[in-house]
Design a protein around this ligand. Structure first.
Ligand SMILES: NC(=O)c1ccc[n+]([C@@H]2O[C@H](COP(=O)([O-])OP(=O)(O)OC[C@H]3O[C@@H](n4cnc5c(N)ncnc54)[C@H](O)[C@@H]3O)[C@@H](O)[C@H]2O)c1
Length: 257
């Protein structure tokens, strides 16, 4: 049990096929109490997540669902305060919320750019800021943000220029948090996955393109949500007590740099 009784907020975890859900399940298996935060959360979704986790780990998780649009600073402050009200504290934030669009640069309209940056970058800033307001006086806490290999290699897999730019921002944001809040006992790290089989790929990738990408991966397969969840567990837990400001690649060796 690597997270016994720890209170972990997993943002962007409403889809049972997603990285956030896989992380919530793995964290629950390791004894964490979980706040699942997502724009799509409601009572039905929360029950579905609770039932699925209970079935897979063999016991009922301590879990609440909180609806939140991370584009809104007020929503983020509310989500964090609800989690603290329910569980008494907050130990860890994993931010998996995000969107992707494959639009070529010259076809990206201003509204699409604003939405992409609003969710992926401003949203990450908002939710990290709200969590840090709790972590700072406690003198501890851990943040794991989800960026993408698109930030490192210049897009080119699934997301367009706006997606790659937003994820580059998430890498910089995380590094800055690590530097600014390290003296306060707070760690912040970022994960760069490559192609992971979630609903994010639906409609954004043809089967031919999928197979072409897999053929270039040294480990010869696409990633699974559980592959990324394992990396989140490492970074969130005390196993990574001296790890901060790092970028952890979860890409099957497809981008070795
Ligand atoms: N799947 C991949 O190939 C891949 C690759 C690299 C990076 N990533 C990143 O991993 C993270 C998780 O993606 P996923 O593949 O599990 O996809 P997903 O679509 O299952 O998860 C994203 C979640 O974010 C939520 N969300 C969207 N907008 C929101 C908002 N404004 N406020 C709150 N929640 C919001 C969605 O409802 C969804 O549940 C994302 O940040 C994504 O960019 C995914």
């Amino acid at each position: 049990m690597l997270l016994e009784n720890k209170v972990c907020m997993i943002v962007g975890a409403a889809s049972l096929r997603g990285i956030g859900y896989a992380t919530a399940e793995l964290f629950a298996r390791h004894g964490a109490r979980i706040a699942v935060v997502d724009i799509s959360v409601n009572d039905i979704v929360t029950d579905e997540i609770r039932r699925s986790i209970a079935q897979n780990i063999g016991r009922d998780p301590h879990l609440i669902g909180i609806k939140c649009d991370i584009q809104s600073a007020a929503d983020c402050a509310h989500a964090v305060s609800e989690a603290v009200k329910t569980f008494g504290t907050l130990d860890c934030l994993v931010n998996c919320a995000g969107i992707v669009r494959a639009t070529p640069m010259l076809s990206i309209a201003e509204a699409e750019y604003d939405l992409m940056l609003g969710i992926n970058l401003k949203g990450s800033f908002n939710i990290c800021k709200s969590a840090l307001e709790i972590f700072k006086p406690l003198g501890k806490g851990s943040i794991v943000n989800l960026a993408s290999v698109a930030a490192q290699r210049g897009g080119g897999l699934v997301g367009g220029a706006h997606y790659a730019a937003s994820k580059g921002g998430v890498v910089s944001l995380t590094r800055t948090i690590a530097r600014e809040f390290g003296p306060s006992g707070i760690r912040a790290n970022v994960i760069c996955p490559s192609m992971i089989e979630t609903s994010m790929l639906d409609g954004n990738l043809s089967p031919e393109k999928f197979n072409e990408i897999v053929a270039g991966v040294p480990l010869q397969r696409a990633g699974l949500p559980t592959d990324v969840a394992g990396a989140c567990l490492f970074l969130a837990s005390d196993l990574a007590a001296y790890v901060t400001g790092t970028t952890l690649d979860v890409n099957g060796g497809s981008h070795i740099h």
